[in-house]
Write a protein that binds this ligand. Structure first.
Ligand code: ZN
Ligand code: ZN
Length: 164
């Protein structure tokens, strides 16, 4: 089955990887898909060709979320729709991808080594976070306005170099 959920994404890309969910229906928030498609427009405009956004994690059932050590009550757990995606784009640094997500707006953004987490939940209270050495550092309401400033403050890096 390869049914498209939106222009560039198939439902299967958002499937919970656990064996129990093999036949479970994939539920993805249409708002999230809309935001991801907006990101693709910005990415493709910047590159002048299409580069796929790879979904590393979409839906997760409670058990799978627990198994991988996800945040309890994660937006990855469909309720009823999954409202989060962990994504990467080959050749684009996670911070740069995060800045594209920030440009799209209406997304909470987590920056990791492997890529970024995005979800469509309003800030509560943080809008940004960084996965750093097994810990998560949250922006909090004071630093919700500017991802690059928050990132620089936490990592001490300008964003040109990511050697972590
Ligand atoms: Zn599952
Ligand atoms: Zn995530």
């Amino acid at each position: 089955m390869s049914i498209y959920a939106s222009k560039h994404f198939k439902f299967n890309e958002f499937k919970c990887p656990c064996p129990k969910c093999r036949k479970k229906k994939v539920r993805v928030s249409s708002l999230l898909l809309f935001k991801l498609e907006e990101m693709i427009i910005i990415i493709d405009e910047g590159l002048n060709y299409h580069r796929p956004v790879i979904v590393l994690s979409g839906n997760r059932c409670e058990e799978e979320n627990k198994r991988i050590g996800g945040f309890p009550g994660s937006e990855h757990i469909p309720a009823p729709d999954g409202e989060a995606a962990d994504i990467k784009v080959v050749g684009i640094k996670p911070l740069d991808l995060g800045l594209i997500a920030e440009k799209v707006g209406g997304l909470r953004i987590g920056i990791a080594k492997w890529g970024i987490h995005v979800d469509v939940k309003p800030p509560c209270p943080s809008k940004f976070w960084i996965y750093l050495g097994g810990k998560i550092i949250y922006s909090g309401p004071i630093e919700n306005n500017n991802l690059i400033e928050f990132y620089q403050k936490i990592t001490g890096k300008g964003g040109e170099k990511t050697d972590d």
